[in-house]
Write a protein that binds this ligand. Structure first.
Ligand SMILES: NC(=O)c1ccc[n+]([C@@H]2O[C@H](COP(=O)([O-])OP(=O)(O)OC[C@H]3O[C@@H](n4cnc5c(N)ncnc54)[C@H](O)[C@@H]3O)[C@@H](O)[C@H]2O)c1
Length: 489
């Protein structure tokens, strides 16, 4: 019995072989998709033509092996330059939502590599925490202090624009002042449970996200037509279809005709639907205004440490663990660290794509360095591994035991409306073809995330750990208040 299976059975989790199958499939997919990339091959002066029409199977496979090594060597050479202090020289990158979890880590990552960076943020995320009584596990500093500390630590400036992208006058002024060559848009309300809390938050989520994105596209058109829009979408836009999930587009044959169309979207909350609307608006504007756009359908991000955010305690990133903003793996790790059973929603077969925060920042750098052509909308699936909720719990159990914890699992009623057992196979080779080298959810990583969490575990408010928002009970604010009063009485 493998350590994985032993750990899982110790907590009563039924482990299927899906993880093993998925991992084998990923290894094969990674090798083969990269090997045939003509773009990469040409980087190393290797031409695919040299491999055309092989006469025997044996020579074909040795040629493929040679090409594959050339491809990986080229990708590696690319990556080594990506960390040079002047790797981003000449690029001016506006990070919208740069005070948030992904945005802060990205701003520092790019700034450290010679990109000129500015942050645009209206700090509404901090306001949401205040109004709901939540707090980051890690003690994050105010944005002004963060930026000052970064200058002290690195010698680099990050310009700060505090304001709302839904305010077009403000956004226009920032565009005129900063003149970005790329705009990375993280600045949206990003929690599915928040969007399902009540009608007001559903409307806020869609207004904030859709309007902000439209404003941004107008600002690019009006003030910086060459600027590359890099927009954060989510893997959740695809839902859980019973077929493979492609990277953005699907070739369909219908009544004898064939077309390549945007992959069908099936958002499962008002938040996910806001992202679907954003994507549709981007497809339209990209064509109509000949914009350069990249839509990154990101998986669930985990981890807290990047090279830069760990350079000084004042630079530390946020780590959410409440039931509204906390993502699955971060929440499970915190539950395990404080001795609370990991709360698996329903049967736990829900499967999603995941990635380390260190890969998020690298993916954004890759997107900046590979701008879409005018009139082209690139869509990448930005995740590195897929796991079911049960598999996550089993991995954390195994890692936790190694550092003396005794993680337990409980299955709680699922507050969401979603399939708890389903087919899931999403493609994710495009970013790896461009040089992404994934950090895997290995034991070492789990240990390091758990260790950071243990350092701050006295800050955990246990009342925030339990599931909070029920999809079917979402209602108007008035009804929610009445319900709360009844519960109190
Ligand atoms: N964190 C994840 O696991 C994850 C997964 C998939 C996709 N994403 C996407 O990545 C992006 C960033 O996510 P995150 O986890 O860093 O979120 P976050 O809430 O930590 O950060 C978002 C930031 O955007 C700011 N913001 C929101 N609306 C704004 C507006 N109208 N004007 C200016 N600033 C505004 C907030 O104040 C906040 O600082 C989001 O678009 C999210 O949908 C995140």
């Amino acid at each position: 019995m493998s350590a994985f299976t032993m750990a899982a059975s110790a907590v009563g989790v039924k482990v299927t072989t899906t993880a093993k199958r998925a991992s084998a499939k990923r290894a094969t997919a990674k090798a083969s998709s990269s090997a045939f990339s003509a773009r990469k091959a040409s980087l190393n002066g290797v031409s695919l033509a040299a491999f055309a029409a092989p006469s025997v199977a044996a020579s074909k496979s040795s040629q493929i092996r040679a090409l594959r090594s050339a491809v990986f060597a080229a990708a590696k050479a690319d990556r080594s330059k990506a960390d040079d202090p002047d790797a981003g020289k000449g690029q001016r990158v506006m990070i919208i939502g740069g005070d948030g979890y992904c945005g802060w880590a990205t701003a520092l990552h790019l700034s450290n590599r010679g990109y000129e960076v500015c942050i645009v943020d209206n700090l509404c995320r901090r306001g949401m925490d205040d109004s709901l009584g939540f707090n980051s596990l890690t003690p994050i500093r105010g944005i002004h202090e963060r930026v000052r500390k970064w200058k002290e630590v690195s010698g680099k400036d990050i310009e700060l624009f505090i304001g709302d992208v839904c305010d077009y006058e403000f956004l226009s002024a920032t565009f005129k002042k900063f003149e970005p060559t790329a705009a990375v848009h993280f600045g949206e309300q990003r929690s599915a449970p928040y969007s399902m809390m009540d009608r007001t938050k559903a409307v806020f989520t869609q207004t904030n996200n859709v309007m902000g994105n439209i404003n941004l596209m107008y600002a690019i058109k009006e003030f910086a037509p060459d600027c590359h829009l890099i927009k954060l979408g989510t893997m959740g836009e695809y839902g859980t279809p019973n077929i493979d999930i492609e990277e953005g587009y699907l070739t369909v044959e219908h009544n004898g005709r064939t077309d390549t169309l945007p992959y069908p979207k099936q958002g499962n909350s008002f938040y996910h639907l806001s992202k679907c609307h954003d994507s549709t608006n981007m497809i339209f504007c990209t064509k109509a205004w000949q914009m350069r756009t990249t839509d990154l359908n990101q998986g669930v991000v985990y981890g807290v440490a990047t090279e830069e955010t760990m350079m000084d305690p004042a630079l530390i990133n946020r780590l959410d663990y409440d039931a509204v903003f906390g993502t699955a793996l971060n929440r499970f790790c915190i539950q395990a660290a404080v001795g609370h059973p990991m709360t698996v929603y329903g049967k736990g077969g829900q499967t999603r794509g995941f990635l380390d925060i260190r890969d998020t920042v690298r993916c954004i750098q890759i997107a900046c360095d590979n701008p879409a052509d005018k009139g082209e909308m690139r869509i990448y699936n930005q995740f590195t591994e897929q796991f079911s909720v049960n598999e996550l719990a089993a991995l954390i159990t195994e890692a936790g035991k190694k550092i003396g914890l005794d993680p337990q699992v409980i299955n709680v009623p699922n507050p969401r409306t979603e399939m708890e057992e389903h087919y899931y196979n999403a493609k994710n080779s495009k970013l790896q073809d461009l040089g992404l080298e994934p950090h895997l959810m290995s034991d070492a990583l789990m240990d390091s995330l758990l260790k950071i969490i243990i350092e701050y575990k006295d800050r955990v408010d246990k009342s925030l750990i339990l599931p909070g928002v029920n999809w079917t009970e979402s209602a108007s604010v008035g009804q929610q208040l009445e319900k709360a009063e009844k519960v109190k009485a």
